[in-house]
Design a protein around this ligand. Structure first.
Ligand code: FAD
Length: 254
């Protein structure tokens, strides 16, 4: 739909991968609709996944209050700012305080700006250990911080990103049969619970049904092409979709 803004947070190392193809067709299809698309290509950006005290910076670039010699020697890109409690480091508290003081590292605030502007955030990734790859988990850990994405109170249906849609588009190694109700890996909805409910819904996102491309590595060329085509086809009417009912019943009660 013309004028809509879409952020694709993409986590795959290889542009010619199946995930790369899914990302590419999403960009093509949504561009055709007149959407404005931003892609955060996390590996290409060398996105820092670790949540550390380096995320609190000295915004005014004054002499840092907390600084380690080796960080200066290594040519750290910013000066580490004052912590609210230098005696006991608590990442969640420090990130919250830094968000309020606008002293979060710029790679975090750049991503927050992209999220803030987006109507829809698509996460494109291969399933790693029933979850997202570490680089994408790190994006969630650092970008969706308290104050920006939620507060206490101010979560789930009151989360700060409540006017936005989110969609997980993922690929698996296991087949659809393995992820069936009686399959050896258990219902695919089980591994969606922490991501869709624990993270996205917690931050207020309205969650659209996931796009799961099962086992592209063992699928035939025709099956792979059909999976890419069905994703492109779904995106044609994506703005008409209703979010899922993101409650325990959707995951465990059917
Ligand atoms: P690729 O290997 O890139 O692609 C498959 C094939 O598709 C390739 O031959 C490629 O050339 C071809 N292709 C690309 N584009 C197109 C196109 N447009 N049309 C037709 N063909 C195309 N799996 C699980 O199920 N559960 C887990 O818990 C899990 N944990 C993992 C943990 C780790 C650390 C790793 C490394 C893997 C894990 N996996 C798991 C497997 C992983 O999810 C799959 O390997 C991944 O999803 C496959 O997607 P891909 O994009 O990397 O495939």
């Amino acid at each position: 739909m013309a004028g809509k803004k879409v952020l694709i947070v993409y986590a795959h190392q290889e542009p010619r991968s199946f995930n790369g193809s899914l990302k590419k067709v999403a960009v093509e299809e949504l561009s055709k609709q007149g959407c404005a698309i931003t892609v955060s290509d996390l590996y290409a950006m060398d996105f820092e996944p670790r949540a550390t005290r380096k995320d609190v910076i000295d915004r005014d670039l004054h002499l840092p209050v907390v600084i380690k010699t080796e960080e200066v020697m290594c040519g750290a890109q910013h000066l580490i700012g004052a912590l609210s409690n230098p005696k006991f480091f608590n990442y969640g508290v420090e990130a919250y305080e830094a968000f309020k003081k606008r002293s979060l590292a710029s790679d975090i605030t750049d991503e927050q700006k992209k999220v803030q502007e987006a109507d829809l955030v698509i996460f494109q990734f291969p399933l790693y250990w029933f979850s997202v790859p570490a680089i994408l988990k790190g994006w969630m850990d650092r970008v969706l911080c308290q104050g920006f994405a939620f507060d206490i109170p101010g979560f789930y249906d009151s989360g700060f990103l409540k006017n936005k849609l989110a969609l997980l588009s993922l690929t698996t190694g296991g087949t659809a049969e393995m992820y069936g109700k009686t399959g050896v890996s258990g219902d695919f909805r089980y591994f969606l619970w922490p991501l869709q409910h624990g993270a996205l819904h917690f931050c207020g996102f309205k969650v659209l049904a996931p796009q799961i491309s099962f086992a592209p590595e063992i699928a035939s060329e025709e099956e792979r092409k059909a999976m890419v085509a069905s994703w492109a086809q779904r995106l044609k009417t994506i703005w008409e979709e209703e979010p899922i009912d993101c409650t325990p019943a959707w995951y465990f009660g059917h």
